[in-house]
Design a protein around this ligand. Structure first.
Ligand code: HEC
Ligand code: HEC
Length: 287
């Protein structure tokens, strides 16, 4: 009876301690954040216009290639990364893959008003303006045409690394991506433009889990209110590719580790059987 009481007290204290350390503290430190649904409900896209890619090509040439390269359509960058970063605060991304990696609705909303779509209006106050002009003066049909053009020239598929390069590398390095070879260095230092520097992402998968990254990339403000990091309106597929790349670089042994789980449990089981058999043998002699 005494043992049972002691056990009861132990269970209660351990239970309270566990609840305080795990669910309670976790809840306080990480308030609940809605999972991303990739609908971009908070921003206004177009009103269902169908785009004409041919007209879109003319419009993109007239409006966008002064800042953006589109290498696959023979519009090389007009300046090197350093000059470009000095002019705009950040190197404008190549638009060859935009039609694939960005959500269509987000893309239209971004062209119409970059600061609103990226959720970074709080950064552009006191005369500071987003380096990309807003095209909200254009008829929605023209925006739809440009989006249709960007979709028509986008490749059908990209590697995980290519998606990272187009979506994140203008701000973030991934220095373990090529073991300090330099090719995965950020294209620009955005500390001045954004007011805080963009961290190297090589090891981020270890300090933040996948769910966090999905929620964060989809809408950084949800986790870090006031953060400088813009929302990058990736499609679900592109976002998964970026995270797969981060996992591959930051935690390349994960598949191997996962595959060891069952053999390891089997090993423990065998030793548990031996230990049990040994116990029976010893106690038999004692009794
Ligand atoms: C004056 C230079 C300039 C012009 C003109 C310009 N952009 Fe940009 N654009 C930028 C810069 C700078 C960025 C990067 C901003 C950032 O990452 O904060 C950018 C980013 C983008 C992005 C990435 C969006 C994202 O969420 O990551 C797309 C797509 C884009 N521009 C499309 C266009 C299109 C289409 C046009 C023409 C209608 C255009 N831009 C015209 C400078 C420009
Ligand atoms: C226009 C620049 C820019 C782009 C593009 C950008 N980021 Fe960031 N990112 C930042 C900045 C600046 C910070 C630091 C934010 C802060 O300190 O408030 C940041 C922070 C982060 C963090 C740290 C979050 C944390 O909890 O500490 C992660 C993860 C991240 N970015 C992932 C990405 C990924 C993945 C992409 C591409 C899909 C991307 N970023 C694109 C500028 C950018």
């Amino acid at each position: 009876m005494r043992e049972l009481k002691i056990l009861g007290i132990l269970v209660i204290f351990t239970g309270v301690l566990y609840w305080g350390v795990e669910p309670f503290a976790h809840h306080q430190m990480h308030p609940h954040v809605d999972a991303p649904d990739y609908q971009f409900k908070d921003i206004k896209g177009l009103d269902g216009q169908t785009g004409d890619a041919t007209n879109g090509a003319t419009l993109v040439q007239a409006n966008c290639i002064a800042c953006h390269s589109i290498k696959s359509a023979n519009f090389p960058p007009l300046m090197d990364n350093a000059t470009s970063a000095a002019s705009y605060g950040v190197v404008p991304p190549d638009l060859g893959s935009s039609g694939l990696i960005y959500d269509e609705k987000y893309l239209a909303a971004f062209i119409q008003d970059p600061a609103t779509a990226t959720n970074t209006k709080h950064k552009f106050v006191d005369g500071a303006v987003h380096p990309m002009p807003s095209y909200s003066w254009m008829p929605p049909q023209d925006i739809a045409d440009m989006v249709a053009y960007l979709k028509s020239i986008a490749p059908k598929k990209l590697s995980n690394k290519e998606v990272f390069a187009d979506a994140c590398q203008r701000c973030h390095s991934m220095k373990y991506g090529d073991f300090y070879g330099g090719s995965m260095k950020a294209f620009s230092d955005v500390s001045k433009y954004m007011g805080s520097s963009a961290p190297d992402l090589s090891q981020l998968i270890r300090s933040r889990n996948k769910e966090y990254l999905h929620e964060f990339i989809n809408n950084p403000q949800k986790h870090l209110k006031g953060t400088a990091m813009p929302r990058v309106g990736l499609t679900k597929a592109a976002e998964e590719q970026v995270i797969a790349y981060m996992e591959n670089v930051g935690d390349s042994k994960k598949p191997q580790r996962d595959s060891l789980a069952w053999p390891f449990l089997a090993y423990l089981l065998v030793f548990a059987i031996f230990a049990w058999a040994w116990k029976i043998k010893i106690w038999k002699e004692v009794h």
